[in-house]
Write a protein that binds this ligand. Structure first.
Ligand SMILES: Nc1nc2c(c(=O)[nH]1)N[C@H]1C(S)=C(S)[C@@H](COP(=O)(O)OP(=O)(O)OC[C@H]3O[C@@H](n4cnc5c(=O)[nH]c(N)nc54)[C@H](O)[C@@H]3O)O[C@H]1N2
Ligand SMILES: Nc1nc2c(c(=O)[nH]1)N[C@H]1C(S)=C(S)[C@@H](COP(=O)(O)OP(=O)(O)OC[C@H]3O[C@@H](n4cnc5c(=O)[nH]c(N)nc54)[C@H](O)[C@@H]3O)O[C@H]1N2
Ligand SMILES: [Mo]
Length: 670
């Protein structure tokens, strides 16, 4: 059949949502090509997606339903028909619901696919079943909550607005791995003499994109932000007119700033007072400074407060009124261009009583509590690799009385423990809508190839299950295309398309939406809330992290070659990334007799995890960083970094605290 190039969109969890071209004969895709016309990436495509076709056509894909025959986790399965698989699920769920209530059936669906229908449909299905609700806060909910506590649903800077910024502060984001699309603009700005500073715990790989790297102790950014506001106030660099007009609570907060001197902050965050002073003057004298905020510094027990303080810092010099000035990286809602309610269907939710927070899935599965979970359905997630307290996740998955169904494309660590594995599709095998959560853009990716073997989409499986359960809820009688058109028919007022954009949407690909009006403050009072009475801590202040028992603070940093646990199957990417590394400061390594390339154990009261030591000056002393997620077959002792993370929640947004753990490290030599 003739091959053609058609537009598509990256389905993965990155801020961009890149458009690209796909070569297809209608049955199978054969190549990917960057799209110079894409309004967001202008033809840039990351090294991971450049050969997406290798994943879609991989011989490692699961093509048929599989039923466990060996012990849990042994990886021994036999092929079964869809009818047999569905019958077994329905039979087991009916028994569990009769004995313990449908609440004993939990699900885990996260960021495997970012599209409107496939990502959100599990919520409607399990809502209708009355299963345990899932609180999906594994990624950036503290950042969202902290930002919204100050400015509500006000839209932040679209990265394309950064062309007008005259100073860049890249704060807690490993942009060269996770925000590739922002790099050309940054390079251009620096050529014009505009400065870029990055504030990181670990800046490995970041140097060439910034003029200055500031290393900070984990979880202490709030102290830095407060000291900066102390200096801005002392030096008269605040925009009082702006503060009066657009904010509330400023005077009360300003009175607290006196004690947050740079000398005090140096003791907390390790950044020398004179550097804080200079950094603040640069920031305060810029007309349109932009803070590009990642999620790194929000994944702590004080993460929501840290983001509130950085958001306030972005406001106080009046930067928000300048083109290019303000805060980038905090979209209040990834959903603003479409209305996903008709897919999530909160009105069908039967269980309003109990929920499980995804960050605490491990303890919830492992616990012998009164409200024990007896079945887990996983789709679009890999909790055995991505969720804190990995040992507890495995303990749970090993339970003989837990009926586990995993809808997947590969034999992931989670799938290996399943009782039933159902084969899943890739994005190009169905049509769906994608909304970018970092840019003002959204689009449609139409079906470009046939699902191989017996692979089915998330939605199609839920429809089969609904039918087998004899539900007469009409929602589950719709096709995926019908749902897609329903979303298009219910676009919010603000999502107006011109004729050219309508054409682009009908062909597939991304369309650009107008940038937000950053001074249209979307809070109940119409003003930014410096003090927010609805927060458990209305007055912003520095929340010091508790001491945790071990001397080194452990953080996670993203790997360039993988995206969470996605791409770990691609041989060339896995090879380029190499073994599981722990990045350590030379002084911390020397104090423990550790040399580069040593096999080391990082341990705490949860577990002991083996890494290869990677010694670098680009990490703050007293912290260690684990780069990327690994499947167990590529770990050194069966466990990944999540085995060292406590399943605790942050101060806001019921969020992950994955960067907020401590360890000791010892070497066992080469
Ligand atoms: N290649 C690649 N791209 C990805 C991903 C991936 O795994 N690989 N993941 C995707 C996903 S799901 C997400 S959510 C985004 C995440 O993207 P961003 O939200 O932009 O965050 P990261 O780039 O992960 O930021 C991690 C950085 O936080 C810093 N950090 C950690 N703790 C602190 C702290 O207390 N203070 C300061 N100042 N810095 C701190 C670390 O030094 C590290 O550089 O990226 C997406 N893109
Ligand atoms: N230690 C540590 N832990 C982390 C992170 C970290 O940096 N360090 N990052 C955190 C972040 S930011 C995030 S967002 C989470 C991600 O957490 P998860 O979403 O649980 O992790 P992923 O690795 O993205 O796994 C997604 C799985 O979905 C599958 N999948 C993809 N598309 C489909 C589909 O259409 N249908 C079905 N049924 N399956 C599909 C993929 O094959 C993959 O196995 O992890 C978090 N965990
Ligand atoms: Mo994420």
């Amino acid at each position: 059949m003739k091959k053609e190039w058609k537009r598509s969109i990256c389905p993965y969890d990155c801020p961009t949502g890149c458009g690209f071209w796909v070569e297809t004969d209608g049955i199978k895709i054969s190549a990917i090509r960057a799209d110079g016309d894409d309004p967001v990436n202008h033809g840039l495509i990351c090294g991971k997606m450049r050969h997406y076709e290798r994943d879609v056509n991989s011989p490692e894909r699961i093509l048929k339903p599989l039923k466990r025959v060996g012990k849990k986790g042994s990886g021994e399965f036999r092929i079964v028909s869809w009818e047999e698989a569905v019958e077994e699920i329905v039979h087991r769920w009916k028994r569990i619901a009769a004995a313990y209530g449908a609440n004993a059936i939990a699900y885990c669906s996260y960021s495997g696919v970012m599209s409107a229908v496939q990502r959100n449909c599990a919520e409607a299905f399990f809502g209708c079943l009355g299963g345990r609700r899932l609180i999906k806060t594994l990624c950036c909910s503290a950042k969202e909550a902290g930002y919204e506590a100050v400015v509500g649903e006000t839209g932040c800077l679209d990265p394309r607005e950064l062309k007008d910024s005259d100073y860049f502060s890249i704060w807690g984001s490993q942009i060269s791995n996770t925000r590739l699309q922002e790099l050309p603009g940054l390079r251009e700005a620096r050529k014009k003499g505009r400065k870029a500073v990055t504030i990181q715990v670990c800046a490995e790989g970041l140097n060439s994109f910034c003029d200055e790297v500031i290393l900070i102790r984990p979880g202490t950014d709030g102290a830095l932000a407060l000291a900066m506001m102390h200096i801005l106030s002392r030096k008269g660099l605040l925009d009082m007119e702006f503060l009066q007009k657009y904010t509330e609570g400023w005077e009360d907060f300003a009175r607290t700033l006196k004690s947050y001197t740079p000398q005090w902050a140096e003791l907390e965050c390790g950044v020398p007072a004179e550097i804080i002073e200079r950094l603040t003057l640069e920031y305060g004298r810029a007309k349109a400074p932009a803070i590009i905020l990642g999620s790194g510094n929000s994944r702590y027990r004080n993460g929501g407060m840290t983001v509130r303080l950085i958001t306030i810092l972005s406001v106080v010099t009046g930067a928000w009124k300048q083109p290019g000035g303000g805060l980038c990286g905090c979209s209040p809602s990834s959903d603003s261009y479409i209305n996903s309610k008709c897919i999530r269907r909160p009105d069908l939710q039967k269980n309003t009583e109990t929920a499980v927070n995804i960050n605490q899935l491990g303890p919830a599965l492992a616990a012998d509590a009164a409200d024990k979970i007896y079945s887990l359905y996983v789709c679009g997630g890999n909790p055995a690799n991505s969720v804190s307290d990995q040992a507890a996740v495995y303990r749970g998955l090993k339970r003989e009385d837990l009926f586990t169904v995993v809808h997947e494309r590969w034999m992931t660590d989670t799938a290996r423990y399943a009782d039933l594995i159902l084969p899943a599709t890739f994005s190009v095998e169905q049509s769906d809508i994608y909304t970018s959560y970092g840019y003002c853009a959204w689009g449609i990716a139409w079906k470009l190839s046939e699902a191989p073997g017996e692979c089915k989409s998330n939605w199609d499986v839920f429809c089969m299950l609904a039918k087998a359960l004899k539900w007469n809820e009409p929602h589950f009688m719709q096709t995926q295309e019908e749902l897609l058109y329903k979303v298009l028919a219910q676009l919010p007022e603000t999502t107006r398309l011109n004729e050219e954009q309508k054409r682009r949407i009908s062909e597939g690909g991304i369309v650009s939406m107008p940038f937000s009006d950053h001074l249209d403050i979307r809070t109940d009072s119409g003003k930014m809330k410096i003090v927010n009475m609805t927060c458990s801590e209305p007055m912003p202040r520095y929340l010091k992290l508790p001491e945790d028992g071990y001397p080194l603070r452990l953080i996670s940093v993203p790997a360039k070659e993988t995206l969470n646990s996605i791409f770990v199957n691609r041989p060339e990417l896995a090879e380029r990334r190499g073994s599981m590394k722990l990045i350590m400061h030379p002084a911390d390594a020397a104090a423990r007799g550790i040399s580069a390339g040593d096999i080391v154990y990082a341990y705490n009261d949860l577990k002991q995890v083996a890494f290869e030591a990677f010694i670098s000056e680009k990490i703050v002393r007293g912290a260690v960083a684990a780069a990327g997620l690994y499947s167990s077959r590529n770990t050194l002792n069966g466990y990944g970094v999540n085995a060292l993370h406590h399943a605790r929640l942050g101060d806001m947004g019921e969020a992950t605290t994955m960067n907020d753990n401590t360890v000791e490290v010892k070497t066992i030599g080469k």
